[in-house]
Design a protein around this ligand. Sequence first.
Ligand SMILES: [Fe+2]
Length: 302
Amino acid sequence: MGILRLAHVDITVTDLDLAAAYYTEVMGMLEVERDDTSVYLKCWDEVDHHSLRISYAPRVGFDLMSFKVLREDDLSDLENAVGKYGFPVERVSKGSSIGQGESIRFETPSGQVMELVHDVEKVGRATGSLNPAPFFEGKSGIAPPRMDHLLVTAEEVGESTKFFTDVLGFRVTEQLLDGDGHQAATWMERSHSPHDLAIVSGPNGGLHHFAYWLDDWDHVRKSADILAYNGIQIDVGPTRHGITRGNTIYFFDPLGTRNEVFTGGYRPDPDFPTITWTEDNIGRAVFYYEGELNDRFMKVHT
Ligand SMILES: [Fe+2]
């Protein structure tokens, strides 16, 4: 019951054709649909209509994060829970958004617009669902099987985390505490993965990055080859996170939004005890091999 997983991330770009070319040819996503202002994309193993919407706007930004709920009733249950917490909830009717039915939207305590949706158009995985190949041929670029998680920023990480756990049912897998014992960053899951959503201290409304799942380290190394070959600016990696234990590369799309490819980690059950990191270990917590953050780490879009 409740939230299943990340559904889609909606970002804005200042050059729709350039962004669409990058996300299809370098990232290797599939273009599902396009209208005057937006392009809808999915990864090859994803069944739902899209996991990324890129829309033209005069500035690069972050529109919303959408999560899928298991049952229709979860929408009204969570609508009530968010309302009771004191945040106004908007019902978005079927037909208003391409590729999905009715949804609810609200602003989180950290200023991101969050959407919850149940009814999503199924377009199917690229390999089909009858005797499918375990990989997808014929797509250039990294071609990750699916989207994985996102990291957003909040002025008050503790207050924001409390909203996601107490109201929306997220479970905290890991937390980074500052010198006063306050949460400076948290990692939370609904899908029995190390994180579906993470929050780090920063401006309200910000998007630090969204991440794609890769199946193994070989694919991470191949991704670094593809990024370098295409002249994409790599931010950090290939390396490993202490937090989540995942193998990773951070890099920027041509308009400046940070992307990540990610694999590994662990499989937390709902009784997984929260892992705690302290501020004096922040370098190894975030980039285990380097042991330090670079000066671009807090570059975010709102
Ligand atoms: Fe990440």
